[in-house]
Design a protein. Sequence first.
Lengths: 152, 298, 460
Amino acid sequence: MSDGNVGFEPRIVAFTCNWGAYAAADLAGAARVQYPAGLRIIRVMCSGMVHPGLVMETLENGADGVLLMGCHPGECHYQNGNEKARARSAVIEEVLLLMGLEPGRFRLAWCSSAEAERFAGIVRETEEALKAMGPSRCRTPIDSNSESVQCL
Amino acid sequence: MALLNTEGGSLGLLDKFEILHMPMLMDHKYFGLPYNSCEIDIPKAEVGLISGGITDEMRLRIAEKMRRQCSVIVALGTCAAYGGIPASIDSFEDEELFGGSRRGAEETDSETNSVLDVPKFLGRTFALDEKIDVDITLPGCPPHPDRIAAVLESVINRKSLDWPLKAVCDSCPAKREGKGGVHKIRRFVKNARYQVNKPLSEMRCLLEQGFLCMGPVTLAGCAGTGGGLPRCIEARVPCRGCHGPVRKGGNQLLDILNALASNGIDTKDLAGRFLPHLFCGARAGLAGRRSVRTAPEF
Amino acid sequence: MLRQTEAARSPVFAKEIIIEPVTRIEGRAKIGITLDDTGSAARVRFHMTSMRGFEKFLVGRPAEEAPGILACISGVCPLQRHLAANQAVEGCFGTKVPPAGRLLRELSQVLAHIGSKTLHFFFLAGPDYLVDSNRYARNIFGIVGQDPELAKRVMQTRYRAQMMLEKLAGRCIQPDAIVPGGFSRPMSCLERDELYAGALEQLEFAGFAVEFAKERVFPRLETELMRLGDIESGFLAMVNTEDGSLSLSDGALRLMRPDGSFHEFWGREYSDFLGEHVEPWSYSKFHYAQGWGEGFSMDLDNPLGIYRTNSLARINVADCISTPLAQAEFVEFRSRFGRPAQSTMLYHRARLIELLHCCEKAVELLEDPRITADHVRNEAVPREGRGVGCVESPRGTLIHDYSTDKDGFITRANLIVGTSHNLAPINMSVTRAARDLIRNGEVTEQVLNRIEMAVRAYNP
């Protein structure tokens, strides 16, 4: 795995909740707080609306890592959406093991709208962890008509 | 075998069809004499029914030939539709799973023509539509004879099928009083609570009784087209999900775990050790079956 | 690539012959034959292409889930697989099944056998003897054309047998009502009455089937075709421990040698008597009687360790049959053909005797007042243990051997499928048939079908 890490830029997809993490990301941009270029942000209204299937699909389609970021416990705009996100994360972690993917490829984190630095820090930490892990084995395009097993 | 049970075992349906190739009942062979491995002989037909997932090269060749020869291909049964349990089993490495009970084709006698021996395993079990285009998907383990008959009728009459995409829960009359009392799934080591000789509508929902019932994430209609009750639940046994996901892209494993977790039920160990019967187990199905596309450019 | 037509009845000369798929059997199989320079069958191999090993998948699962997982692996003999799996789980957990549960399970078992045997005799094997040898008519549809009344009666009776099973056990092909500890729900009196009427109908049909076969099928089968696929072997089947009578659900195993002597043992001792042999050209295991201490050989002139299961074995190994009509047939069979009867074609007669017995048994079970009792399941309490479930399936003796840890999760599993026992014998029967029938490299479509008939007798 270590050879493949040279020059490896992890592709990270972050599901960020509108009221917390997304706002933080926005603030980070405005305040020129640096975070890795390999990040792609997907805005959702609440972290609690991210179905585990979305995370799996993201990984299956070649993301090296997925972040799910919602508001701190007790601060959810919709009362308890982030608690649902936490419950679902447990599901995601178990299924990752079944898929043969490293559990570290998925991370749940809390972030409020003012925490631009925290946001960037989480992304940087995630990138470091993924660099150590190497590219996801799902990285090659999925062609289900080919007989060689590309992924999983 | 379910085909034999259509229309009360009568021949009515079969009057409208001529069956040209059906290895269980008829003698048409893939290869004639002299033996020629290039071409599998399957007659041209309007409808081809294929059951079972694609596990080895021979089944792949047969499926591909049927696609070329038949106007309409029906994936018959959950294994053909979604891979079924054999596909879930394939999440293990070949050697680990089969050990001494199976060998790869590489070990055959080098002098022999390998087609005379066992066909080569493909690495995993594929759902039919991962390998060929499928026109109609008919899940079920096995599909109810009524639904098979309905599919065949729709082909004759050139009418598309319009089955509602509903979950088993929709057709289950069991009493719902709220899941609040369940925190952990119970093992099905004793019977559900119900009153003997009372109808199903007087029994409390099996999920609410704490059993792992796949009803919420499974397609309704396993009892046929006449509005019958879900077969397993009628037997007072939790639904196992054998009818496949409600919609084609659904992933029953993820959906049920998600539903349980969202309702505060502990899902630890459920995925691995309990493995909600993974009927849609074709590996790509672990993240839901989607149409083929390459990874997006970053 | 020429499609085989009736005009090509004249022999074809070929070095390699492949019969694929073997048709009119429930499993998937193929036969590969290589001819030598004299045009005789030099190498004959029978492969079951639908057989796979699933034991490893069970490891780590909660034991009570094993039957449900296994039931959906193949459509062949699912009820028996379900039953054996449940028995193995009950062995591990030390769970006893209440009487009503036992009766209901035994009823499901005989109903499943009835459906299978009717299917086999009339739909699968029957066309070989009932219609002329035109390949296109040699099937149930040919019977429909030739004798529509018979065909209609057969199809509808079989359908009703299947529906009886569905009503009883959940799904006619996968029986979810059979659960560790017993049955998932009791039978109501109304259901019992309906099933009873159905069982009487099935019994009447079975009687008809036996008479029909004696008139239309056996005369030919048991004379000119008697030597088809003929081999010598031992036999393995289950018997009741009390009286040595034929048993499908519960009892001890008897392993009989070709000379008629036998060992009787409990299912959990199977590994002392039965061994496994692996051939490089096959995915499947070949079972043999390692307890005889003679090793394994499929040589037709000197078979070693070879035994058969399934109908003929059950008839050979039993001392008697507990139901009167079948017992009468059994006595006739024994006096005409001896013990053990070796001719492969006798599987068909043996199978019909069993059909009669199963119908009589269904009626008997439904007459037992305990079958409608409320208490049908005892709680299966997970614990550490080992259990071996043994049942007789239409294909042969089914053995499920599990071990569990203290939480009731499976740590080890070994499965012997009914057909496994017969793999070596079928290979030998097919070899025998090919050697007898293929001369000077001449092969006709009819010869190939004869070779398949040697397979069909076993109902793999």
